[in-house]
Write a protein that binds this ligand. Structure first.
Ligand code: TZP
Ligand code: MG
Length: 223
């Protein structure tokens, strides 16, 4: 089943971003606004809380027919029957995750270099999270900021592959069309953008997602 990566929501439960709101409510608003895939990313909660929240999120995403992926934690994904996982370079090895998860599970891999992208493709990743696109306060321990030029270089070098691709890091309403336009190579473009704060921290997550969906689906005002 092809996955729609076009408006990829990554959650964040830190107070500065969630601002005391209920994560499931914020995610549901974002789904109403047109988010196509959700990743539950929570670096702080213990395993019990992760499973409880993931379960509640899954009830919501299922109602919208949108896949839920779990960041870092294959065990949590298995525990709640999530549609897949998103793994970084220091998380569980791809081949082990593949063995543990159901055959049709979605596995995405964070990549910031061509080597990492090529390895993830050779492993059989469903999609690559490419970044960091722009420096962002949401994640300050990022290895490298690669911008649209770095992303374009990766896309160009992997253009023979049908792997999915999403850019992440500092993407907002003002730069999303430029990100999509400037990152594309002649034979391969991004399939989507992954957003944290511009949706989760927005006063109106639904309106923010709607605005992203509109910008993504309208031709870039460049050329
Ligand atoms: N990986 C690279 S940047 C980032 C992650 C998880 C955070 C992106 O957050 P934002 O708020 O969309 O800049
Ligand atoms: Mg990780």
């Amino acid at each position: 089943m092809p996955v729609d990566l076009s408006l990829y929501l990554v959650t964040d439960s830190t107070p500065a971003i969630l601002k005391g709101r209920d994560l499931c409510t914020v995610v549901e608003e974002a789904l109403k606004g047109g988010v196509t895939i959700v990743q539950y990313r929570d670096k702080k909660s213990d395993t019990g809380d992760l499973i409880d929240t993931a379960k509640r999120l899954h009830e919501v995403t299922k109602r919208y027919g949108v896949p839920l992926l779990i960041n870092d934690r294959v065990d949590v994904a298995l525990a709640i029957g999530a549609e897949g996982v998103h793994l970084g370079q220091d998380d569980m090895r791809f081949d082990i995750a593949k063995k543990l998860l159901p055959k049709d599970a979605i596995i995405g891999i964070s990549t910031s270099t061509l080597d990492e992208a090529q390895k993830a493709i050779a492993d059989g990743a469903d999609y690559l999270g490419i970044g960091t696109m722009f420096a962002t306060p949401t994640k300050t321990n990022t290895k490298s900021v690669i911008g649209t030029a770095g992303t374009q270089a990766i896309l160009s070098a992997i253009s023979d592959s049908s792997v999915g691709t999403v850019a992440i890091g500092g993407i907002n309403h003002s730069n999303v069309q430029r990100v999509l336009y400037q990152s594309q190579s002649p034979k391969k473009a991004l399939d989507g953008v992954a957003i944290v704060s511009a949706i989760v921290a927005a006063d109106e997550p639904k309106a923010s997602a709607e605005q992203f969906a509109k910008l993504i689906n309208s031709p870039a005002p460049f050329a």
